[in-house]
Ligand binder design. Structure first.
Ligand SMILES: *[C@@H]1O[C@H](CO)[C@@H](O)[C@H](O)[C@H]1NC(C)=O
Ligand SMILES: *[C@@H]1O[C@H](CO)[C@@H](O)[C@H](O)[C@H]1NC(C)=O
Ligand SMILES: *[C@@H]1O[C@H](CO)[C@@H](O)[C@H](O)[C@H]1NC(C)=O
Ligand SMILES: *[C@@H]1O[C@H](CO)[C@@H](O)[C@H](O)[C@H]1NC(C)=O
Ligand SMILES: *[C@@H]1O[C@H](CO)[C@@H](O)[C@H](O)[C@H]1NC(C)=O
Ligand SMILES: *[C@@H]1O[C@H](CO)[C@@H](O)[C@H](O)[C@H]1NC(C)=O
Ligand SMILES: *[C@@H]1O[C@H](CO)[C@@H](O)[C@H](O)[C@H]1NC(C)=O
Length: 482
């Protein structure tokens, strides 16, 4: 452990992460498969995940924060919470530049930072990155930095989920940003599959690569209403999802693949329930994917944000839990209580992870809000694995602002300490990590079946279905805050 603050050291001791929580299986215990709701290691042990998102999909296309801290000290901080996973994001544009316009050569840090920040600021930031990370030079490439982040995570026993976050490298995600859906102005399906294959090949040597995700937060392409009307549906989703899985598996058949849903990745309901993928007549089946039904490599991921969901859910835990369950987390519930609205049956029992959620970290009101409290309770009851948004205390540049501060960052502006009140980190975040990672031994569907006293009343039935309209309206009403 290379910790650079007393707090980090104290937390590591508090947690006992160097002893108690380490499972019998030796890290990384890959390759992984799935069995029902669980991800299973080579040794046969179930594995759960608690971690954080580390963005690398911004304009510079370099993992954030390195002008303030070393890769090793950032990873040590993640580890000090007891976390075991980083969801590392990248942009397809990075691969487009490598394989398309630059004939196989990746862009070096000096050029990448110059392009993103201008030559003067790019030079200054590069100097600081190299001071903090003496292994990096002006000619080090972006992918070499991704490799270094993954290698340090491996060193410290942390898994990496490599997430295709956007096509064009920029802040994500609104229905108007051009990155929303296949065929949107900046989202070429062909570039996307090429990018997935390239990254699958590039990262297959990472020993701690757990999974590649297909695409972050698919959403309505409101840049083009014709495209929206003709293709924003589950049938189109299924075709591209199969293509994306095939693109990854061609280069790396071992990695798990995370599938994300519609409406900013808040629902995978027809997938879990095995319903018709409208307007077509096919139903989701693992057997339709390359590798077939015996491979067990598919995992579902969903997101939840209080500013994206129906506000009736943000303040009503019963409603929020029902929406999470109906969106797909019901795949984690036991058959006896799985019924969603109308008593739906789970047909495809796959692992479901909550790969994004979060709130402004320094704000006590947000930590104590009905939404945050409910979500933490839901995670505790279901044992769903998760990665919180976001590690970054600041960005090289975001939405035109250099050195942009991130109120939602677990870390402060210079990535040197926690942003949240220390009591919140110790009383809320660390126990959530510990409980999640300990939640691996329940029987199939055992967790969160609604009989836990904390959730007994909470899995009540509510009418489903208005989400898309609500999301669209809340967007149009300007509530897309980030
Ligand atoms: C696809 O990649 C090529 C480079 O190979 C690039 O020129 C083009 O702009 C990309 N398309 C989109 C929509 O980003
Ligand atoms: C360079 O960085 C400084 C300090 O962060 C900032 O004020 C300035 O706007 C940046 N220059 C450009 C071209 O963005
Ligand atoms: C995979 O990457 C290696 C270099 O790491 C390269 O030599 C090889 O050509 C790549 N394969 C494909 C299919 O691109
Ligand atoms: C909008 O989408 C339709 C359907 O995919 C496509 O034919 C059309 O070219 C798109 N329009 C623009 C301006 O991109
Ligand atoms: C909370 O949501 C549940 C389920 O939708 C509903 O039955 C209940 O009336 C709601 N409570 C309040 C106070 O709105
Ligand atoms: C749940 O019920 C469905 C439908 O009866 C059945 O096909 C499935 O095998 C059951 N799953 C488990 C894990 O018992
Ligand atoms: C619910 O889960 C608990 C804990 O896993 C288990 O003891 C109980 O039998 C389950 N109840 C039902 C109705 O499935």
């Amino acid at each position: 452990m290379r910790l650079n603050s007393k707090l980090g050291g104290a937390l590591a001791v508090t947690l006992g992460i160097l002893g108690d929580d380490v499972s019998a299986a030796s890290f990384p215990d890959g390759p992984f498969t799935t069995s029902g709701r669980w991800i299973v290691g080579k040794s046969g042990s179930n594995l759960n995940f608690a971690g954080v998102n580390w963005p690398g999909h911004g304009e510079a296309m370099i993992p954030e924060g390195l002008q303030y801290q070393s890769v090793a000290s950032i990873v040590s901080r993640v580890k000090s919470l007891g976390m075991n996973a980083v969801r590392l994001t990248y942009a397809t544009e990075m691969v487009d530049q490598v394989v398309g316009s630059r004939a196989g050569a990746d862009v070096a840090l000096d050029k990448a930072l110059g392009a993103a920040l201008g030559s003067e600021n790019g030079t200054a930031i590069l100097k600081r990155i190299m001071e903090n990370n003496p292994g990096f030079k002006a000619g080090t490439t972006r992918l070499q930095v991704f490799d270094a982040v993954a290698a340090e995570c491996a060193q410290q026993g942390i898994y990496v989920v490599l997430d295709n976050h956007v096509s064009k490298a920029q802040w994500c995600c609104t229905p108007l940003d051009g990155n929303s859906w296949w065929g949107d102005t900046l989202f070429s399906a062909a570039n996307w599959t090429r990018g997935l294959s390239y990254m699958a090949n590039h990262t297959k040597s990472w020993p701690n690569l757990l999974a590649m995700s297909l695409r972050n937060e698919l959403r309505q392409p409101f840049t083009n209403i014709t495209l929206y009307r003709s293709s924003y549906n589950w049938e189109t989703w299924y075709q591209h999802t199969k293509d994306g899985v095939a693109a990854i598996r061609r280069e790396n058949p071992d990695a798990l693949v995370f599938l994300s849903g519609l409406e900013s990745d808040t629902t995978l309901q027809p997938v879990v329930r095995g319903e018709v993928l409208a307007p077509g007549s096919a139903r989701f089946s693992v057997a339709d994917f390359p590798g077939g039904s015996s491979e067990n490599k598919l995992v579902l991921e969903l997101h939840s944000y209080s500013n994206v969901i129906n506000q009736g859910q943000a303040n009503n835990c019963t409603a929020l839990r029902a929406a999470l369950r109906d969106g797909g987390f019901e795949a984690l519930l036991s058959n006896s209580t799985e019924g969603g609205a109308g008593g739906a049956v789970v047909k495809n029992r796959l692992p479901v992870l909550l790969t994004e959620f979060g709130w402004a970290q320094q704000d006590e009101k947000e930590w104590g809000s009905a939404y945050a409290t409910c979500l933490r309770g839901f995670i505790g009851d279901t044992g769903a694995g998760w990665t919180v948004w976001v590690l970054a205390g600041s960005y090289y540049t975001r939405q035109g602002n250099q050195d942009n501060d991130e109120a939602w960052g677990l870390l402060n502006h210079d990535w040197s300490d926690w942003r949240a009140p220390r009591a919140r980190v110790e009383a809320d975040l660390v126990p959530l990590v510990r409980d999640t990672l300990a939640f691996t031994k329940s029987p199939e569907g055992g967790g969160g079946n609604g009989t836990n006293p904390r959730s007994a009343a909470a899995f009540g039935v509510q009418p489903a279905g208005l989400f898309g309209i609500v999301a669209a309206v809340s967007f149009l009403a300007g509530s897309w805050l980030f």
